[in-house]
Design a protein around this ligand. Structure first.
Ligand SMILES: *Cc1c(COP(=O)(O)O)cnc(C)c1O
Length: 381
């Protein structure tokens, strides 16, 4: 079936008991057992909940995996997945992964003796050279934040297979509607479902999908043992959002493409980062592995004061942390996602004080362009 149809008809999209048009919110912590010697399929809410299962089933189908698991946040999904490794293991991690992933690896998991080495995953040879005898995993994100650098997923999967590494991709920016790392040989996909999957800036949620049943089973053990599960209400909200993913993302992507083209022609804008632009260094690799360029565009203004003045002058977009909502969201990496990165390192990585990240929403693009135009003019004054 076409992915658009599968978003709607997941196989667990109705209540089998009543025929209700969505899996109801099972707001329960426990289940009555008829036979205390032989517990039923549902015994305790942390272990199993039908509403959570419906979401887990849906994401597994969309990513083409065997097992989906829902967590309390994207970070809970990522941290729980990192528990698949053991103290002493060496991990290769994309240099530009999400700040929360960097933080958990360099603090809590460092104490736990998981050794994360940050590498430039846009260069497969650099990744291959960094593999050591103790390397057990590879963690990548593409497009990466905030410069939308592209990592070749098939090349990463090949390196992982050569060396027996567990390959994990954070697919938050693309979603399975545009990119399916498991089909390219990855073992595990993780998501912040807070972003495009839920899509309405109203829920914090995380998802993970395993390609093989054995990995799914181990992660399911961790989910139940560690307990960072997604609650029934948020599971329902995430699934409600997921049903409209295709139409939302396609419309937001079209807006992002037109904004990227418009920004490219503005003299106030020094540089535009969008994988859909032919000049983007990862354009070809991205086009090969994804079905679209996505709805996130970054661009650079002259300097920090211009970027701040611009962000203060916009009227329509929400200015803040996050992306993937129905409203256009502008973020300022310098004080938001990358505030913890020391300035010299930030600059060395190409994240200047003039950089702004835009996540296109569902507003009419001409209204956004009018607003961005007046804000650029205000920032230039
Ligand atoms: C937001 C985000 C996360 C973290 O997800 P939360 O739901 O905020 O915990 C992880 N990875 C990426 C790429 C993100 O954008």
């Amino acid at each position: 079936m076409n992915r658009r149809t599968r978003l709607i008809h997941t196989g667990k999209d109705r209540d089998p008991r009543t025929g209700a048009s969505s899996m109801p919110i099972y707001q329960v912590s426990t289940y009555h057992q008829d036979d205390p010697e032989h517990l039923g399929a549902y015994d305790y809410g942390r272990s199993d909940n039908p509403t959570r299962e419906a979401l887990e089933h849906a994401i597994a189908g969309l990513e083409g995996g065997t097992r989906g698991l829902a967590f309390a946040s994207g970070m809970a999904a990522i941290a729980s997945s990192l528990m698949l490794f053991e103290p002493g293991d060496h991990l290769l991690v994309g240099r530009d992964v999400y700040g929360g992933t960097y933080r958990v690896l360099t603090t809590l998991f460092r104490t736990w003796k998981l050794e994360a080495e940050f590498v430039d995953t846009t260069d497969p040879e650099a990744v291959r050279r960094a593999v050591r005898p103790s390397t057990r995993g590879l963690f990548v994100e593409t497009p990466a934040n905030p410069l939308l650098q592209i990592t070749d997923l098939a090349a990463m999967a090949a390196i992982a297979h050569e060396h027996g590494l567990l390959a994990i991709a954070d697919n938050t920016f693309m979603t399975p509607h545009l990119q399916r790392p498991l089909e390219l040989g990855f073992d595990l996909v993780v998501h912040s479902a807070t972003k495009f999957l839920s899509g309405h800036s109203d829920v914090i949620a995380g998802l993970a999908v395993a390609r093989e049943a054995a990995v799914g089973k181990r992660l399911r053990f961790i989910q139940n043992a560690f307990g960072a599960i997604l609650g029934p209400q948020d599971s329902w909200l995430a699934q409600r959002g997921l049903r409209t993913l295709a139409v939302r993302l396609e419309a937001q992507q079209a807006t992002a493409a037109s904004l990227a083209a418009w920004l490219s022609g503005r003299r106030e804008v020094r540089r535009v980062y969008y994988p859909g632009l032919a000049a983007h260094p990862g354009h070809e690799v991205h086009a090969r592995q994804a079905d679209g360029a996505g709805a996130v565009v970054s661009f650079e203004l002259a300097d920090g004061p211009s970027a701040v003045a611009f962000l203060k002058a916009v009227r329509l977009p929400l200015v803040g942390v996050s992306l993937g909502g129905i409203e256009t969201i502008l973020s300022y990496p310098t004080t938001m996602s990358h505030a913890a990165v020391p300035r010299p390192e930030r600059l060395a990585r190409g994240i200047s004080d003039g950089l702004v990240r835009l996540s296109a929403g569902l507003e009419a693009s001409e209204d956004l362009i009018d607003d961005l135009e007046q804000a650029l003019a205000a920032a230039g004054r």
